[in-house]
Write a protein that binds this ligand. Structure first.
Ligand code: CDP
Length: 227
């Protein structure tokens, strides 16, 4: 079974996907971390993030390992755990830039399809239901007001980055949304058959409960068929 959860920055998709995967005993794959990893490495190497050939060459050679775990996904590059280094909004903005490069998307989408082909996975991102797994068993699209999403991202980052301020985080989230929704390749858009949930006034548990109500009948059907 493949469950796709898409949505804009800080819409809650990763937190929700993690809990759902744990409940179902599935793997949780956060595809955003792969775009973040490519951006981080490109920044480390001093590459121009808009230069497709150079970034794609690097992305192709990059040894990215995703290790799902009960407390979240760990990402290793060339054997080194870089998970905490990928969380900043600076790397997030870089991710949105490299995510606009068609060749980079091709490379990462192929890796995601390979990972998902083993089944029983909850995958979150921007294009899982539209491009990576257009035939996913269930698709969800989470959204929330940009201000509320900015506040959530600020809460996540403020302990480690006491220097950040709320208004600039809201601004960065809005900018990244604009890039993600307007890019030419695989823009952020709900799949026609996605179940859309506005999470502005919902907490994580309420969103998880809504999603589980859709998943349970499909799960029972598959169990009956012995799948
Ligand atoms: O956690 P947050 O929602 O802020 O971002 P993320 O899921 O880590 O993704 C970071 C960036 O990677 C996004 O703003 C997108 O530009 C890009 N991305 C993408 O293009 N396609 C995906 N499947 C996942 C992320």
């Amino acid at each position: 079974m493949i469950i796709a959860i898409d949505g804009p920055a800080a819409s809650g998709k990763s937190s929700v996907a993690k809990i759902i995967a744990r409940k179902l005993g599935f793997r949780h794959i956060e595809t955003g971390a792969m775009y973040r990893a490519v951006a981080w490495k490109a920044q480390q190497l001093g590459l121009n993030l808009n230069e497709e050939a150079g970034v794609a060459r690097m992305a192709e050679a990059l040894d990215i390992e995703l290790i799902p775990g009960p407390d979240g996904q760990t990402l290793r590059i060339d054997g080194r755990d870089v998970t905490p280094l990928l969380k900043s909004e600076g790397v997030g903005r870089g991710a949105a830039t490299v995510a606009g490069l068609p060749r980079v998307r091709e490379i990462l989408v192929a890796k995601q399809q390979q990972i998902g082909a083993r089944g029983n996975v909850v995958m979150d991102g921007r294009d899982i239901g539209t491009v990576v797994f257009p035939h996913a068993d269930l698709k969800f699209f989470l959204d929330a007001d940009a201000e509320e999403r900015g506040r959530r991202r600020f809460q996540e980052l403020k302990d480690k980055h006491p220097e950040i301020d709320l208004n600039s985080v809201i601004g960065q989230v809005r900018e990244r949304d604009r890039d993600d929704r307007n890019r030419k390749v695989s823009p952020l858009v709900p799949a026609g058959d996605a179940i859309q949930i506005d999470t502005t006034r919902l907490d994580i548990d309420q969103v998880v409960n809504q999603i589980m109500r859709f998943i349970e009948p499909s799960l029972n059907k598959k169990e009956k068929k012995g799948l």
